[in-house]
Ligand binder design. Structure first.
Ligand code: SAH
Ligand code: SF4
Ligand code: F3S
Length: 445
């Protein structure tokens, strides 16, 4: 019997990575086996992102490469899905630019993948099915999780915030919360399967429950997840600073499993820019929020996302961002050049900033953040911390890579059998991006 093989390539955020796990689950149920070699695959799915232009260019680049493979093997089925194909007109453009694509579908009908693959195999021309609107949440889809230590669990789909630069609400639909019992059941099963850490996913986890006819919010959900046996650490992505309530802070402070890492994307430090981004908070509110977090959770690490070169960002506005960074003392920041996204209000705003200027500002941001990250990491030298050992270090396969509860990577010496364990590590050295340490007790904490 021929064993059909598949491969999924994914770009974008954790949400998309988790979607790929569900796609893989459905494809494996159809009898396909995974391969990591494009040449061996009978089915290749590109699970795309469109948050910035760069992400889309990568997909077209990959499709260009796959053209040769398809001409050598006409039986190969190539599918493209995810946020990029959910945008209007992209399917048409893709059919013109990449006629070798057999199947195009969006984020709202991904659960139909098995039927769509069957159709694409029979059809003479590309199968295109992109639903304009989201349907009800589909539960109980088979999921092929990346084996290991951390598991993703979706709590909300979509986003209602419409930040003016962002395409996500258009391609992921309105906010929909899963029922708490469905989430808890999934977490329980993950605990039984031996996962040590779970990451709760949503574009804005703090608005969890608002669309349900139940009295339940994100803090209540965290308290419930905190009780699930087996699971040791709990993380969540992403939090909107506007909705980060005192109740959530207090719940995190008293829930032993919830990690002391706060990812609070600020995006900009100028009130004018924040208003035009439609973020719903001021720099003063944001800095006050950080003070509250640090008071309630003393060793918290705080990370952020920042966009440079939003339309109309003046040099004074940019100086406000730099000033906020100094005041916030972020442990790390993900920094992005503003990328106009078609269909979003900001793409039409006057005062678009030149690429040259964006890059110059970006450089400045990096310099400051690198110094702040190093300072934050240096404060840990000499301390003993709990880490979860995740695997071999990618840059130095002779050593192991571990992660602190505060989401910092620690490189350690040690035997492979430590992988998957939570142990104590003494921090010896600090670099900008990671720490090095030695295991003080091999026994699992
Ligand atoms: N829902 C999450 C993440 C959204 S996308 C949140 O609100 O934080 C991740 C990051 O990409 C955003 O935080 C933002 O910093 C960045 N981003 C989104 N749209 C962008 C754009 N058009 N150009 C540049 N960066 C963008
Ligand atoms: Fe985009 Fe804003 Fe929603 Fe985040 S909260 S996904 S940045 S619209
Ligand atoms: Fe990209 Fe979609 Fe995530 S646009 S960042 S993959 S929600």
């Amino acid at each position: 019997m021929i064993r059909l093989k598949y491969m999924i390539l994914t770009w974008g955020c954790q949400m998309n990575e988790h979607d790929a796990e569900v796609l893989a689950g459905m494809i494996e149920k159809m009898g396909y086996h995974e391969t990591h070699l494009e040449e061996d695959a009978d089915l290749i799915i590109l699970n795309t992102c469109c948050v910035r232009e760069k992400a889309e260019n990568k997909v077209y680049g990959k499709l260009g490469e796959l053209q040769q493979l398809k001409s050598k093997n006409p039986e190969l089925v190539i599918g493209v899905c995810g946020c990029m194909t959910q945008q209007p007109e992209v399917a048409d453009r893709m059919r013109r630019k990449a006629p070798h694509v057999d199947l195009i579908f969006g984020t709202h009908n991904a659960h139909r993948l098995p039927e769509l693959i069957a159709e694409a195999k029979e059809a003479k021309s590309p199968v295109v099915e992109v639903w304009e609107k989201e349907g009800a949440i589909v539960e109980h889809l088979p999921t092929r999780r990346v084996a290991g230590i951390r598991a993703y669990v979706t709590i909300t789909y979509g986003c209602n915030n419409f930040c003016t630069y962002c395409i996500v609400p258009y391609v992921r639909g309105r906010e929909r919360s899963r029922l708490p019992e469905d989430i808890i059941r999934e977490v329980q099963s993950l605990g039984e399967q031996g996962y040590k850490e779970i990451m709760l996913l949503g574009q804005n986890v703090n608005s969890y429950g608002k669309d349900l006819d139940l009295q339940v919010d994100f803090a209540d959900l965290l308290s419930q997840v905190n009780e699930v046996p087996g699971i040791r650490w709990i993380r969540y992505m992403t939090s909107h600073p506007r909705d980060f309530s005192e109740k959530v802070i207090k719940t995190i402070a008293r829930s032993a499993k919830v990690c002391e890492h706060f990812h609070l994307p600020v995006q900009a430090g100028s009130n004018t820019v924040l208003r035009r981004m439609h973020r719903g908070y001021t720099r003063e509110y944001y800095l006050e929020l950080l003070t509250k977090v640090r008071e309630s959770v003393p060793h918290a690490s705080i990370t952020t996302d920042i966009i440079v070169g939003f339309p109309g960002e003046s040099s004074e506005d940019f100086a406000d961002t730099l000033d906020l960074m100094e005041k916030a003392r972020f442990d790390a920041a993900f920094t992005f050049l503003y990328s106009p996204r078609s269909g979003t209000p900001a793409a039409q705003m006057p005062g678009q900033i030149s690429m040259e200027e964006k890059k110059a500002r970006f450089q400045k941001l990096l310099e400051i953040q690198n110094r702040l990250s190093l300072e934050a990491n240096r404060r840990l030298v000499g301390k003993t911390v709990e880490v979860l050992i995740e695997g071999r270090s990618k840059s130095d396969p002779g050593r192991l890579s571990a992660r602190t509860r505060t989401n910092k990577v620690v490189i350690i010496e040690g035997h492979e059998d430590l992988i998957g364990k939570i142990v104590s590590v003494a921090i010896k050295e600090a670099q900008t991006w990671n720490l090095t340490g030695i295991v003080t007790k091999r026994a699992e904490l």
